[in-house]
Ligand binder design. Sequence first.
Ligand SMILES: [Mg+2]
Length: 287
Amino acid sequence: MTSRLPALASLLLLAGCTAAPPPRPPMAAAMPADDNLNATAWVQNAVEHDLIYLQTYRDAQQRLGAALADAQWDALTPADRLQSPSGLPPAVVLDVDETVLDNSPYQARLIRAHAPFDQASWDAWCREARARALPGVVAFTRHAAAQGIKVILISNRDQALGEATLANLRRVGVPVSGPDALLGLGTNVPGCTQHGSDKGCRRQWVSRHYRVLMQFGDQLGDFLDIPQNTPAGRVAAVKPYLDWIGRRWFVLPNPSYGSWEPALFGNDWQLAMPERRLRKIESLRVK
Ligand SMILES: [Mg+2]
């Protein structure tokens, strides 16, 4: 009898915990400002955010049949296309974070704790494997897979997070199968020198095995490597491919983070926050 009491107490405690509302953050006036608040509030609460994802994936789905039927159709740049796509099986390539999985709860935790991004807390969030799918992506990827189109995820999550990421993707219903379903950061591509977190080597690996019908991402680097991460360099990098936008490349919104942000302060993360903020203010157009 006595041995059951702790278990009962635990159950009651657990029931109490699940029923209790989450703790309120301190009064807003007492909370320090956070540059990510508006972006995260928009991602989580603006229905417009969800509609952008939905319309993007729905539009891609409507276009997928024509891309599949056109044997010349391919969505890799010449720099990444190392082998003719002719005769290769079809694939679609998607980034993971903020393209397939919604990590805004992690951003929300940072805001509430007034904590900066940290690799350990990010890894812990990824290992929870509880991120929700973004609107439209499950239907799109399932439709693609049903047409015999391979779904490939190229992510800058570290390879060590591969199993947790695959578990998360399966949990939400994204069809991932085979050893090449997820190419994480650290994937060794023979004959290709990896530069930082650039995805070029992994796209080149895909080019040897698949004809890529479409690419999806929330970062320019999900589509091509950027020679110069400055505002002008980013515009120049994508300029040759503007006709591909909405046809071969589908770009999704990420106001929380991404290479667009350090481009505003010379990619110098050593700069103190006030200096970074000043550079961002200086980047704003007033007319
Ligand atoms: Mg992403």
